[in-house]
Design a protein around this ligand. Structure first.
Ligand code: UP5
Ligand code: MG
Length: 190
């Protein structure tokens, strides 16, 4: 219920590091609501919303959508559920994203998960996904990896300095990785 204290976790990691896969498992086990920033943006494209075509052009080339757009979508999604526990997957991806979130929504996350994964592994996973994502091609994946290193790693560093970052080695089977995720979540009892 809304009276309960909010619990929020950010789930970060490069493209193909397994954020979505592990979020699904966290949802099953701990009952959090999964909000994937990428899915929210893709919904805007498929519903032909006002910003849809601009979002599509950016996602196609692996660039970051303006912070205000993404933050508003996250805010609406939070407000449209009764759950007090959330996973925010794939956001914030830039320091500018983070500051916009802090300005518009406020409150820091209780914890941040970082799926640490070598580039070759991420690249291989994405290029074998075959779900028809417009950004799952060789050229865009290269940009996504570059954007991750240049713009997202500083965000991860920020949460590390705040002492709320949990880095998880994202190489291994889904279950092996989830075991490590569970160890983090169980300590918080969300
Ligand atoms: N897989 C997963 N785990 C595995 C394992 N342990 N072993 C073997 N295979 C594994 O996994 C990727 C693939 O690997 C899947 O086929 C899976 O079965 C397999 P997934 O769980 O989907 O990884 P994930 O990290 O979620 O990868 P995703 O491609 O979704 O990451 P991105 O961060 O690139 O995508 P996102 O949807 O978050 O963003 C897409 C774009 O939206 C961005 O590039 C950007 O243009 C835009 N965006 C913004 O502008 N702002 C935002 O705030 C968010 C997104
Ligand atoms: Mg994903």
């Amino acid at each position: 219920s809304k009276e309960k204290q909010r619990f929020k976790a950010f789930v970060l990691g490069g493209p193909g590091s397994g954020k979505g896969t592990q979020c699904a498992k966290i949802v099953e086990t701990y009952g959090l609501t999964h909000l994937s920033a990428g899915d929210l943006l893709r919904n805007e494209i498929s519903s032909n919303s006002e910003n849809g075509s601009m979002i599509l052009e950016l996602i196609k080339v692996g660039k970051i959508v303006p912070s205000e757009v993404t933050v508003k979508l996250i805010q609406n999604a939070i407000n449209s559920t009764n759950n007090h526990k959330f996973l925010i997957d794939g956001f914030p991806r830039t320091e500018e994203n983070r500051l916009a979130y802090e300005r518009i929504i406020g409150e820091d996350p209780n914890l941040v998960l970082f799926f640490d994964c070598p580039e070759e592994v991420m690249m291989d996973r994405i290029l074998h996904r075959n779900e028809g994502r417009v950004d799952d091609n060789d050229e865009t994946v290269k940009t996504r990896l570059k954007v991750f290193k240049e713009l997202s790693l500083p965000v991860i560093h920020h949460y590390s300095e705040k002492g709320i970052l949990h880095t998880i080695n994202a190489v291994g089977t889904e279950d092996e990785i989830f075991k490590k995720v569970r160890a983090v979540f169980s300590a918080y009892e969300p």
